[in-house]
Design a protein around this ligand. Structure first.
Ligand code: ATP
Ligand code: MG
Length: 419
């Protein structure tokens, strides 16, 4: 028996990592007074149609819909924000308090083609800051994502992309111009984008197809259609991020897959070349709660895909281990005395090492070490061994250093302190 396609067991080998993520996030979010909210996994299909929008991939293609025994249209939630907006209304949370800082985590469901970083049941951790129009709320939530990723030591592998998608009027105006422009090149667009021209043209902006991106380069740019309010909001966010020393790139083509966003849209991407490189997606949604029939309550939030975060953390752990490994590449494996002397010293200092015992020549061994990401390589050439010398090569910089046998122990001790 296999699990359903696109679903996975999380085995005890991995649960510690999951718990570490939850503990770290809870710790950070607690300090900022974010409170956990748990909403049902089942919701009425209506909710997502209203919130996410009928012309989006999620609603069109990806939802797990079914009818229950009373013929109600039910959906396994594909994301968290819609449910939270509903919960704010159902529980009249807005009556007592204008501000709600909430976080959630749990499984989400989307019928997509399973691949690395894309599952049909996956998990998100998300936060919503509900009740403030001010840019400082946007900054707070972005900063929290940044803090969590920093504490999980993933910051270096991530980049923050930011855009302002304006308000509905500004976006409508821009969308009209975009459609006029794209119609001229309709034939050259990829098939998906052709379908989107009339239904959801903004989504064409984040098409991954090169030809389509080429065409967009000369097209109208959303930023040029933003009014003073939108620009001011965006500018303040950028200034604060500068002040907080959080790096970002402005990406004019960043729109989010969901209809409910306005003003700020952002994504945190990993530097991996995989198409599934968006770790966190978020933005401001000032109209969503009103759209559901409630009062106008502005909000901003994000969601992190936890499977993708785990992939990243595992990659980092692997790289860290490889970076700490000392590779021993020999011209001749028969130089057993010096080989064992080196290994003995490495062992004394508790250093991780790998002696290459394959039959390939020395330069191939060094190339192999470099390829797998090793930084430090001890090189044993016959010529030099005769002179009681060896070389240490730093494979990341290409620099090398000659060591006399008599200094070997001292040098390896030095390695221990820098690795
Ligand atoms: P993508 O462009 O990768 O499909 P998305 O825009 O559909 O992402 P969001 O709806 O913004 O994603 O969800 C937020 C995050 O949830 C994503 O950045 C990603 O990390 C994660 N996520 C979304 N769909 C999946 C999935 N099918 N499997 C695993 N993680 C997912
Ligand atoms: Mg998607």
């Amino acid at each position: 028996m296999q699990p359903l396609r696109g679903t996975k067991d999380i085995l005890p080998t991995d649960t510690e990592m999951w718990q570490n993520i939850y503990d770290t996030a809870r710790n950070v979010l607690n300090k900022y007074n974010y409170k956990e909210i748990r909403t049902p996994i089942l919701e009425s299909t209506d909710l997502f149609e209203k919130c996410i929008g009928n012309f989006t991939d999620i609603v069109n293609k990806e939802m797990y819909n079914f009818k229950d025994q009373s013929e109600r249209r039910i959906t396994l939630r594909p994301e968290g924000t819609s449910s939270i907006a509903r919960a704010v209304l159902s529980n009249k949370l807005y009556l007592n308090n204008q501000m709600h800082r909430l976080w959630y985590s749990g499984p989400m469901f989307r019928y997509e083609r399973p691949q690395q970083g894309r599952q049909r049941q996956f998990h998100q951790l998300g936060i919503e800051c509900i009740g403030s129009l001010k840019p400082i709320a946007d900054i707070e939530v972005i900063q929290l994502a940044h803090k969590i990723l920093t504490q999980l030591r993933c910051k270096e592998q991530c980049t923050l992309e930011l855009n302002s998608i304006g308000n509905i009027q500004e976006r409508d105006l821009y969308t009209k111009q975009l459609i006029t422009y794209l119609k001229k090149y309709e034939k050259d667009l990829d098939e998906d984008s052709q379908k989107r021209i009339n239904k959801n043209p903004l989504r064409i902006l984040d098409s991954k197809i090169d030809k389509t991106q080429e065409i967009l380069k000369d097209g109208p740019i959303l930023q040029n259609y933003l009014g003073i309010e939108s620009l001011k909001h965006f500018e303040q966010i950028c200034q604060s991020l500068d002040y907080l020393n959080i790096k970002y790139n402005i990406n004019n083509y960043l729109v989010r897959g969901l209809d409910y966003y306005n003003y700020t849209a952002f994504e945190i991407k990993t530097k991996s070349s995989s198409h599934q490189n968006t770790l966190c997606g978020g933005g401001r949604y000032d109209n969503l709660i009103e759209q559901l029939g409630g009062p106008k309550i502005p909000a901003v939030g994000w969601a992190i895909g936890l499977e993708r975060l785990i992939i990243l953390m595992k990659e980092r752990l692997n790289t860290e281990t490889i970076h700490k490994t000392i590779y021993i590449a020999t011209e001749d494996l028969n130089n057993i005395e010096i080989i064992w002397d080196i290994i003995n010293i490495l062992e004394t200092y508790n250093l991780k090492f790998e002696l290459d015992i394959t039959n390939i020549n020395l330069s191939k061994k060094i190339r192999k070490a470099s390829k797998i990401g090793v930084k430090t390589c001890i090189i044993l050439r016959n010529e030099e061994i005769k002179k009681r010398q060896i070389y240490i090569k730093w494979l990341d910089t290409g620099k090398q250093q000659m060591i006399n046998f008599s200094n070997l122990r001292q040098y390896i001790y030095y390695l221990k302190t820098i690795l």
